[in-house]
Design a protein around this ligand. Structure first.
Ligand code: G3H
Ligand code: ZN
Length: 287
């Protein structure tokens, strides 16, 4: 099966993005796989440190491998927001396909130092590393008041360019006005496309990643992909579909006790969200 590197190259060449869908349990994972299967799309399964602790890192690796073997689909596993070299090394040693080192809260020099170390370790094992310059705030849940976006958290194009040169990282997560989490109105602030354009100008054809994909307008996502984004991360919208559907189903059937009877509706709801995103990212029929 072609590698993740192959699919990123293809995405850049053909103008689509690969969705990273975060999971912390089997039901969500199954929903993502079903959507990818229905639409013949490559997908990246993301687990943050806490999600990987809940699901189990070994379990995440085995599940993804099993689904890959069973479906023949290009499904890849990414450690999302790994905050230390130790955690990244653990993920690589256990069989993750790619890792995101999130040094966005560190001083730039320290961020560069650890990213470089991660790249060195990963490269020998043919594993891809995502770095980050700028800081995407918030956490993947619903909020009623939109958090204030700090200008100093936005990605500086020149810093991004130097970071890439110094670390030799494989792809770069940028902050261009997205947030982790979603407004309960369903609509987050607009993406700063002007800044994204400036970053693209500074880094050329380098692979860019958009975090905080939930609640972003479809128009902004389409424009961002045109400007070089080849990976979009989505978590909150899946969590909302899961939790709200589960609450609704159990409320409607208070006597139902059998998970395999009430969970299919939850899986279906997540599957629909993922299918919508895959079509928006134009990664359908790209296998
Ligand atoms: O790393 C994960 C993503 O950035 C998820 O963001 O919860 O806003 O979709 P989201
Ligand atoms: Zn993120």
């Amino acid at each position: 099966m072609p590698s993740l590197k192959y699919y990123f190259k293809k995405a850049r060449k053909e103008g689509f993005a690969i969705g990273q869908f975060n999971v912390s349990n089997l039901e969500t994972l199954r929903a993502v796989i079903l959507a990818a299967q229905n639409l013949k799309s490559p997908v990246i399964i993301g687990t943050s440190e806490r999600e990987s602790q809940f699901l189990g890192m070994r379990q995440a690796v085995s599940l993804v491998k099993t689904f890959r073997k069973e479906t023949g689909l290009p499904i890849f596993l990414n450690l999302d927001h790994g905050r230390s070299f130790r955690y990244i090394k653990k993920a690589i040693d256990l069989g993750y396909d790619t890792c995101h080192f999130d040094g966005s809260k560190l001083k730039l020099r320290e961020n560069i130092k650890i990213t470089k170390k991660a790249v060195k370790y990963a490269r020998k094992r043919d594993i891809l590393i995502e770095g980050e310059v700028g800081f995407v705030s918030g956490s993947s849940t619903l909020f009623t008041k939109i958090p204030k976006l700090n200008k100093e958290d936005f990605t500086d194009p020149l810093k991004a360019k130097n970071f890439i040169r110094q670390t030799q990282v494989d792809r770069l997560a940028v902050n261009v006005g997205t947030l982790h989490g979603m407004s309960s109105s369903g609509r987050n602030p607009r993406v700063n496309l002007k800044l994204l354009k400036a970053i693209k100008k500074a880094v050329g054809n380098f692979l860019l990643v958009l975090h905080g994909g939930s609640g972003v307008s479809e128009k902004d996502i389409r424009e961002a992909i045109k400007l070089g984004v080849v990976k979009v991360n989505v978590n909150t919208e899946l969590r909302v579909a899961y939790s709200n559907t589960l609450r609704k189903v159990l409320r409607g059937n208070p006597k139902e006790m059998v998970p395999y009877k009430y969970m299919p509706k939850v899986i279906k709801a997540i599957e629909k969200v993922v299918e919508r995103k895959i079509k928006l990212f134009k990664s359908n029929n790209k296998i």
